[in-house]
Write a protein of this length. Structure first.
Length: 305
């Protein structure tokens, strides 16, 4: 009798299998889950994992984006097109609409970001559709507050997060029991890194918005960051605007997202750049995280993604 040798799973295959199992667990356990899809690289990977988990059937949940209306147009175009290609329902709720309804008041100022303002819009949408489980694309390597997250992140009836009041996840067992009004934020790619994401995009040949790759745009150096100049982020009087070859490592609100100098034209070249970088993507490109050491944790405690 001969036995065929079983090939061990690769690192990416193990991560993929874990994430797919989490997606299926939530779909089986909760009546009203939703997947947050912004058109950014992490949510794009989440979308591919959902395809592998549930195709050829429809997703057992809609997609949702909380739109600041200060997003990069290339990303919004990709978001709408990809949802249409998949034939999946996309719910969009906007910060602008929340302001028109008096739910939020925008603060004036050069460094004002709508990221924190998304919290009210998100919690209103969760209440509107009675979502119980909200899939997010956060990863633990992004930022130290996110490193504290469980995969099933318990939120109270106000959508707030208490890092000291989370449930143990021994042996990858997840406790999804919640009372009425409470939520679970679910992060299936918690154990992935930025490198893993780009290796997966390369392996799966996944299209991403063009601004993830090198392109030329006017920029200034501000606070040690390469800041793209736009109507939302104009140059200050003493700043020198220069055309630079840049790409974005993360694509949040235009008012708080910096870029990095780069010549990477494809996923393979981004992998090479990522291999030698020593600064996290948020540390290198997110202006709003520079406000204080606890900026992200403060937002998360209030109900942020």
């Amino acid at each position: 009798m001969t036995f065929s040798r079983i090939r061990p799973l690769s690192h990416l295959e193990l991560l993929e299998a874990e994430s797919i199992a989490i997606l299926r667990e939530v779909a089986a356990e909760f009546e009203r889950p939703v997947l947050l899809f912004s058109g950014g690289k992490d949510s794009i990977v989440m979308l591919r994992l959902a395809e592998k988990a549930f195709r050829p059937g429809r997703f057992p949940f809609p997609l949702m984006h909380i739109d600041t209306e200060h997003n990069f147009p290339e990303v919004i175009e990709y978001r709408d097109r990809r949802a249409a290609e998949l034939g999946e329902k996309l719910i969009v709720r906007s910060v602008e609409d929340s302001m028109r309804r008096g739910r939020i008041v925008e603060r004036p100022g050069q460094d004002n970001s709508r990221n924190r303002m998304q919290i009210t819009t998100l919690l209103d949408a969760v209440a509107e559709f009675k979502f119980e489980a909200i899939f997010g694309g956060a990863r633990r390597d992004e930022e130290k507050a996110r490193a504290k997250e469980r995969i099933f992140s318990f939120r109270d009836q106000h959508g707030q997060w208490d890092p000291k009041n989370q449930r143990p996840e021994l042996w990858n067992l997840y406790n999804g029991r919640i009372a009425a009004g409470e939520q679970i934020r679910v992060f299936p790619i918690s154990n992935w890194t930025e490198m893993d994401v780009w290796q997966y995009i390369f392996q799966e040949n996944i299209e991403v918005p063009s601004i993830y790759y090198t392109h030329r745009r006017p920029t200034v150096i501000r606070g040690g960051l390469v800041v793209p100049i736009s109507v939302l982020m104009p140059a200050l009087p003493d700043e020198i605007v220069q055309q630079r070859d840049v790409r974005f490592r993360t694509v949040g609100d235009m008012s708080c997202t910096a870029c990095v100098e780069s010549t990477a034209k494809n996923a393979s070249e981004i992998i090479d750049e990522t291999a030698v970088t020593r600064i996290t993507e948020r540390g290198a490109t997110r202006v709003d995280d520079k406000v204080s050491e606890a900026s992200m944790e403060d937002r998360k405690r209030a109900g942020y993604f």
